[in-house]
Design a protein around this ligand. Structure first.
Ligand code: 9MR
Length: 442
């Protein structure tokens, strides 16, 4: 006879051998974006502005939810070297020291970019511009040496549209195609431990612009030019939605031997549509093993560069949006984590009744913690058949008698909150009440 003790030990051995965790998705689920991403071996970051670091709600949201930061503007050329060879790191340092004090990673953004470039740089002749570019890279990277996990060395060097051509800029126009290679070589020398990224927008799907970047990376890898990562900004809205080949595009870059990072994610919209798009982005990253992290371009809608499009995960009052829950769920986390155990209960009641059929209603109630989704079963007795359902997504066993019901879309319930679904049972002569199974939550 198997004793209780040996059974438990046997289970433990089996779990260890298979690497399964029985608790994942329930009490063990991470309850913040950063923690959930970390369980997937990734970071989850936000663009941060130094001038909001005095706002308590901003800082507490940042500190609770994110484990990586990108200074939104503070490391750009006009911010750190507005006058030649006179560097001012005050605002960027505030972000870096805050991040370091919280154990967050830091993305460096950005060293060589045509925008937010002081006019003294654009006025230089070629030889001087080359010296100034290399000096800028070296000075900024040296100041932050050892503190930055990835640097956007060159930002937005390609044109939009179908040409696949380089964008006109002081660097491109005066130094020619070689400026990108030179910037990356200088960057590698300045901080050999930092990952060096090329970062751009409208390169999120497979298109002429992303293919031009792809060819650049392929050439760099073939010739041993240092490059470690490609950043996909991922600024989406209705005119520029998440491309259907987003994951495939990330994967083709990863296959060149570079990491890929989602660097400036925001998606204009609201509600379920926005949540679904966010979820799709997270799932694409998780499906690509070299997709090492995601950064959203801001903490709260109210400070977004596209504030009117409400493109972020927290609203202007720092409340979590549906998009937040979708991201957390896609990362395998759960808002019920952080101590409580996700649980739910069900109750059944008969509703309208006719000579040949009746309607049933099942109420699902979350336990003492919020839940992100639930599932339960309804079993009818043959020859009964369920002919219609509402407010749920059913699946069926092979007999057709056991219906497993899940939420339509967002299944989030606050602690103690309820929802219900309904169905019609054709009696076929049997008026017995259905059996409702137990409720499972995560
Ligand atoms: O979010 C940034 C905004 O505050 C600045 O005014 C703007 C200036 O160009 O830059 C924004 O950030 C950009 C990023 O640095 C590069 N990719 C596009 C981002 C949105 O414009």
């Amino acid at each position: 006879m198997v004793t209780r003790k040996s059974l438990v030990l046997g289970m433990a051995g089996l779990l260890a051998a298979t690497g399964l965790s029985v608790l994942s998705g329930t009490a063990e689920a991470a309850s913040t974006l950063g923690a959930a991403a970390a369980e997937k071996g990734r970071y989850f970051g936000a663009a941060v502005a130094a001038n909001h670091l005095g706002e308590a709600a901003y800082v507490s949201t940042l500190d609770t939810e994110f484990n990586s930061v990108t200074p939104e503007n503070e490391m750009k050329w006009d911010a750190v070297e507005s006058t030649r060879n006179s560097f001012n790191f005050t605002a960027a340092d505030q972000i870096v020291s805050h991040a370091q004090s919280k154990g967050m990673k830091i993305r460096g953004h950005t060293l060589v970019w045509h925008s937010q470039l002081p006019s003294w740089v654009s006025g230089l002749a070629a030889a001087d511009l080359r010296t100034a570019m290399n000096n800028h890279i070296t000075q900024v990277m040296t100041h932050y040496k050892g503190k930055i996990h990835s640097w956007d060395v060159v930002n937005e060097a390609f044109q939009d549209g179908s040409s696949g051509a380089r964008r006109s800029s002081p660097f491109q126009d005066k130094l020619g195609n070689g400026f990108i290679e030179e910037a990356f070589r200088t960057a590698r020398t300045a901080d050999p431990a930092a990952k060096l990224c090329y970062n751009d927008y409208n390169t999120d799907g497979v298109n002429a612009k992303s293919t031009a970047v792809y060819n650049l990376v392929k050439d760099f890898k073939a010739r041993g030019v240092p490059i470690d990562c490609v950043g996909f900004q991922s600024h989406f809205n209705s005119a520029s939605p998440v491309p259907s080949d987003y994951q495939a595009n990330l994967q083709r870059f990863a296959d060149l031997g570079v990491d890929v990072q989602i660097t400036e994610l925001d998606i204009e919209g609201s509600g379920t549509a926005q949540a679904t798009s966010y979820s799709n982005v997270v799932k694409a990253c998780l499906a690509v093993s070299r997709c090492t992290g995601i950064t959203v371009w801001g903490v709260t809608d109210k400070y977004s560069w596209r504030a009117s499009g409400t493109p972020l995960l927290f609203d202007g009052n720092y409340a979590k949006k549906a998009a937040y829950t979708a991201v957390l769920t896609a990362l395998g986390g759960s808002s019920s984590g952080g101590g409580g155990t996700a649980a739910c209960s069900v109750s059944y009641s008969k509703q309208e009744e006719w000579s040949d059929r009746f309607n049933g209603k099942v109420t699902v109630t979350a336990g003492s913690s919020a839940i992100s989704t639930w599932t339960t079963t309804v079993t009818v007795t043959s020859p009964q058949k369920i002919s219609a359902t509402w407010n749920g997504t059913p699946t069926w066993d092979s007999s057709g008698n056991v219906m497993t019901m899940k939420p339509n879309g967002n299944g989030t319930l606050a602690a103690g909150a309820s929802t219900s679904f309904g169905f019609t049972v054709m009696t076929n002569g049997n008026t017995a009440a259905p059996t409702v199974g137990s409720c499972t939550a995560s």
